[in-house]
Design a protein around this ligand. Structure first.
Ligand code: IYR
Length: 223
């Protein structure tokens, strides 16, 4: 007898080819309408929405089902201010002396800079922490597997859930990010992975009119 989960039947509804094509097309169109947003409204978002999008994120597959993530949810005004100040300090350094010219040139069309007012305006900041190992209650350590891939997939699910709920998000990577672990007092096994401000888009919200790569540019078919 192997220790572990009981196995249950996974019988899902399937669809005709026509319906499958239609569903995939509609989902693509919906996801393709998602944009990274930097202009947020301060309109509050119901707490249950945040809980639901986080549970969606946590439904992502992970190595040996370890779910090696913690989602820190910040709505406290003083804490948001502290995070903004610390992020801007790092970003100022990055934009002014750490990023190479090619990187700055690549960012110019997106019109980003070191100022991060959205960190105080968005009603919620979700900070995803990656566990590089498990810290058990008795203080011992446990392995996790493919933690980076697992967290990346969870963040993808999270962004899709945010978009599905009609909210906007920004994948923000203040660099380096270790100040977040310090500000939030995270345990030693957790490293900040991604900072995602979440909220409704501002009434006036502008995004660059970027184009996505065509199917021929992103695929190689072996038939
Ligand atoms: N972390 C900085 C710089 C930045 C880097 C990339 I790559 C982007 O796609 C956008 C911004 C910032 O958040 O401004």
């Amino acid at each position: 007898m192997i220790d572990g989960y009981p196995f249950v039947s996974y019988s899902k509804e399937t669809f005709s080819d026509t319906e499958t094509v239609k569903r995939s097309r509609e989902f693509y169109a919906w996801m393709d309408s998602r944009r990274t947003v930097r202009d947020f409204s301060d309109q509050p978002v119901p707490r249950e929405v945040i809980e639901n999008i986080l549970m969606t994120a946590s439904s992502a597959p992970s190595g040996a089902h370890k779910q090696p993530w913690t989602f820190c949810v910040i709505s406290n005004t003083a804490l948001k201010t502290k995070i903004r100040q610390a992020a801007e300090k790092e970003e100022f350094e990055s934009y002014n002396s750490r990023m190479p010219e090619e990187w700055l040139k690549d960012l110019r069309p997106l019109q980003t800079d070191w100022k991060k007012e959205f960190l105080e305006i968005a009603p919620y900041l979700i900070i995803v922490f990656k566990k590089s190992y498990e810290l058990k209650e008795d203080g011992s350590k446990g392995l996790v597997y493919y933690a980076t891939e697992s967290c990346g997939i969870a963040c993808g699910f999270l962004l899709a859930a945010i978009h599905h709920a009609g909210l906007a998000a920004l994948t923000h990577t203040p660099s380096p990010m270790n100040f977040l672990g310090k500000v939030l007092n995270r345990p030693e096994n957790e490293k900040a992975f991604l900072l995602i401000p979440v909220g409704y888009p501002a009434q006036e919200c502008w995004v660059p009119d970027l184009k996505r790569k065509a199917i021929q540019e992103i695929t190689q078919w072996y038939e």
